[in-house]
Design a protein around this ligand. Structure first.
Ligand code: PEP
Ligand code: MG
Length: 540
C-alpha cells in the first residue's frame, strides 16, 4: 500500500480504480517555412475550429455545472482572440519564418511564464489557461482529437492538474474524486470538485505517478490522503467511512433547492461565510441563499501592499457575479489583533484584541477606508452587494461612516463612475457595547449580523486565541445568548433584520434557540449550509 498525503479541497471518501489523465504531448519541432501566408491561414483555420469547440464546451458546461463555472470557456475564446497573443504568434511566423506549431508552443510558454511570475494568485492560475488554449490549437493542427480520456467504470481521476477543457471532457457520472500532483485551492479541479461535491485532494506531489494508472485507490477528502493499492484493513475501515459519508451526503443533497423553513413555515435565510472569490463558488455549490459574511481582509492579507481600488473592485464584483443576484454582504476590513499585515505598520500592542483594529483603523485612516468603500459602491452596481462594519461600539461611529460614504459617493459622481446609491448597510454586533445600544444602532442601519466569536470573547473577557482558556470559552453562556436575544429584539423593534455570522450560527444544537429568538439569517461555512438547512427544517 502506498499512502500519499496532500491537501483536501473537498471532503468525502471514495474507493475505485485510479485513472491517470495523461497529457500526451506530440513533439513539436521548429521548422523554417517559406510560404508565411499559407502558414498563417492554417493558424486562422485552427483558431476558428478551436473557438467553435469552446463554444460547444461552454454550452455543455452551462448545463452541467452552471453559468459561473462555464464562463471559463468564454474567457478561453476571448484569450484566443487576444491581440497580444495573436501578434506574438504572427511575429514568429511572418518575421522569423517559423512553422505555426512552433510559434504557438513558444507563445504559450512565454505567456504562461509571464502569468506564473505575477504576484496575483489569480493571475498565476491563468498560466494553465494559456497552455490549455494553445494545446487545443496544436491538437487541431495535428489533426488529432481531444485526447480521448475514457473511463470504462467509475473511478478516481488522477493528473498533474486538470485544465478546464480537460475536466469538462470527463464523464462526470463516472468521476468519484480527484487526486492531483499540483494545483491550488483556486485551481479548476478544486472548483469543480467543490461544485460536484466529490472528494478531492491536491498537492500530492511527485509520489503520485502515471504508473499508478489502473491501480485500486482510496481518496479520503477528510484527511487529504490518497491510498494506492490499499491493504485489507485500510479497505475495511475506509469502506465504513465511505458508507457513512455517502449516507450523510445523499441526505444533505436532497435539500438542495429546498427552502429553509421551520415546521410552522417560518423562513430563515441560510447564507455562507466566505474569505475569497473562490469560496463564492463553494457557496453556490451548496446552494447558500447568499453570502452573509465576506471577510474582505483576505484581500489585504494576500497583498504585499495596500490592494488598489481596481483590484478590490474586481474581487467584489466577481464575488457578486458568481453569487448571481443572491445577496453578498461584504464586511469592511477587519485587520489588527490576530490579523496583522506588515504594510499597515500597526505596531505592537499590549492588548491587541482590545486595540487598534477594524473600524478603528478605518476611521483614523480614512484614505484606506475610502479606497475600499469606493470599490464596494462601484461593485454594488453589478450585483446584490450589502456592506457591514466590524467592531462597532457607538452611534457616533456610524455617523462618521455615513459622512465618509457621502464623500465617497460625491467623488464617484464627480468622476462619472458607475456606482450604486442605495447599498444596504449593516453593523456587526460583536461588542457588548453594540448590544447595549442596539436599539439606537438599529435606527441607523438596515441590518445586524452577530459576530459570536468576538461577542463571546468580549462578553466573557476571554481571549479567543488562547488555547489554555478553551474550557472557559463557552459560547453557549447565558450571557452571550441574552446578548443575542437583546440585539434581536431591538433590531425587530425598529423593523430591521438580524443574522448570525459567527461560528455559533452553525451550531445546530442552538438552531431552535435562534429560531425562537426570531433570528432571520444564519451565515455559516459553505460545508455547513445544508446541515443547518436540515436543522432549520426540523425546528418548531
Ligand atoms: C465574529 O467575531 O464572530 C466574526 C464573525 O468575525 P471574525 O471571526 O472574522 O472576527
Ligand atoms: Mg469578529
Amino acid at each position: 500500500m502506498i499512502t500519499i498525503e496532500g491537501k483536501s479541497v473537498f471532503s468525502g471518501v471514495e474507493i475505485g480504480k485510479l485513472y491517470y489523465f495523461s497529457k500526451k504531448k506530440a513533439e513539436i519541432l521548429q521548422q523554417i517555412i517559406e510560404d508565411v501566408d499559407a502558414e498563417m491561414a492554417r493558424y486562422y483555420q485552427a483558431r476558428e475550429t478551436a473557438v467553435e469547440q469552446l463554444e460547444g464546451l461552454f454550452t455543455k458546461a452551462l448545463n452541467e455545472v452552471g453559468e459561473s463555472n462555464s464562463l471559463i470557456f468564454q474567457i478561453h475564446q476571448m484569450m484566443l482572440m487576444d491581440d497580444d497573443y495573436n501578434e506574438a504568434i504572427e511575429n514568429l511566423v511572418r518575421n522569423e519564418k517559423n512553422n505555426v506549431e512552433y510559434a504557438v508552443q513558444k507563445t504559450a510558454e512565454d505567456f504562461s511564464a509571464m502569468f506564473a511570475a505575477m504576484d496575483d494568485e489569480y493571475m498565476q492560475a491563468r498560466a494553465a489557461d494559456v497552455k490549455d488554449i494553445s494545446n487545443r490549437i496544436l491538437t487541431i493542427l495535428s489533426g488529432g482529437d481531444d485526447g480521448g480520456f475514457v473511463m470504462d467504470e467509475p473511478g478516481i481521476v488522477a493528473a498533474s492538474d486538470l485544465a478546464p477543457s480537460e475536466t469538462i471532457q470527463l464523464d462526470k457520472s463516472k468521476v468519484l474524486g480527484f487526486a492531483t500532483q499540483f494545483g491550488s485551492s483556486n485551481s479548476h479541479t478544486a472548483i469543480l470538485a467543490r461544485t460536484m461535491a466529490i472528494p478531492a485532494v491536491i498537492s500530492l506531489g511527485e509520489s503520485l505517478t502515471e504508473e499508478m494508472n489502473g491501480h485500486m485507490a482510496i481518496i479520503d477528502g477528510y484527511t487529504g490522503v490518497l491510498y494506492v493499492d490499499p491493504d485489507e484493513e485500510t479497505l475495511k475501515t475506509m469502506t465504513a467511512k465511505r458508507e457513512e459519508s455517502l449516507r450523510e451526503k445523499a441526505e444533505l443533497e436532497a435539500l438542495i433547492g429546498q427552502d429553509n423553513v421551520t415546521k410552522s413555515g417560518r423562513k430563515i435565510n441560510v447564507y455562507a461565510n466566505i474569505g475569497s472569490i473562490d469560496d463564492a463558488n463553494s457557496a453556490m455549490a451548496c446552494d447558500a441563499g447568499g453570502v452573509g459574511l465576506f471577510r474582505s481582509e483576505f484581500l489585504y492579507l494576500d497583498s504585499r501592499d495596500f490592494p488598489t481600488e481596481e483590484a478590490q473592485f474586481a474581487a467584489y464584483k466577481a464575488a457578486a457575479q458568481i453569487m448571481d443576484g443572491r445577496k453578498v454582504i461584504i464586511r469592511t476590513l477587519d485587520l489588527g489583533a490576530d490579523k496583522q499585515v506588515d504594510y499597515f505598520n500597526l505596531g505592537k500592542e499590549d492588548n491587541p484584541a482590545l486595540g487598534y483594529r477594524a473600524i478603528r483603523i478605518c476611521l483614523t485612516q480614512p484614505e484606506i477606508f475610502k479606497t475600499q468603500l469606493r470599490a464596494l459602491y462601484r461593485a454594488a452596481a453589478y450585483g446584490n452587494i450589502a456592506i457591514m462594519f466590524p467592531m462597532i461600539i457607538s452611534v457616533k461611529e456610524i455617523h462618521r461612516i455615513k459622512e465618509i460614504i457621502t464623500e465617497v459617493k460625491e467623488e464617484l459622481r464627480r468622476e462619472g463612475k458607475k456606482f450604486r446609491e442605495d447599498v444596504e448597510l449593516g453593523v456587526m454586533i460583536e461588542t457588548p457595547a453594540s448590544v447595549m445600544i442596539s436599539r439606537d444602532l438599529a435606527k441607523e442601519v438596515d441590518f445586524f449580523s452577530v459576530g459570536t466569536n468576538d461577542l463571546t470573547q468580549y462578553t466573557l473577557a476571554i481571549d479567543r486565541q488562547n488555547e489554555k482558556l478553551d474550557s472557559f470559552y463557552d459560547s453557549h453562556h447565558p450571557a452571550v445568548l441574552a446578548m443575542i436575544k437583546m440585539a434581536a429584539d431591538n433590531a425587530h423593534a425598529e423593523g430591521k433584520w438580524i443574522g448570525i455570522c459567527g461560528e455559533l450560527g452553525a451550531d445546530t444544537t442552538l438552531t431552535q434557540t435562534f429560531v425562537d429568538m426570531g433570528i432571520d439569517e444564519l451565515s455559516v461555512s459553505p460545508g455547513m449550509v445544508l446541515r443547518v438547512r436540515r436543522q432549520v427544517r426540523e425546528c418548531e
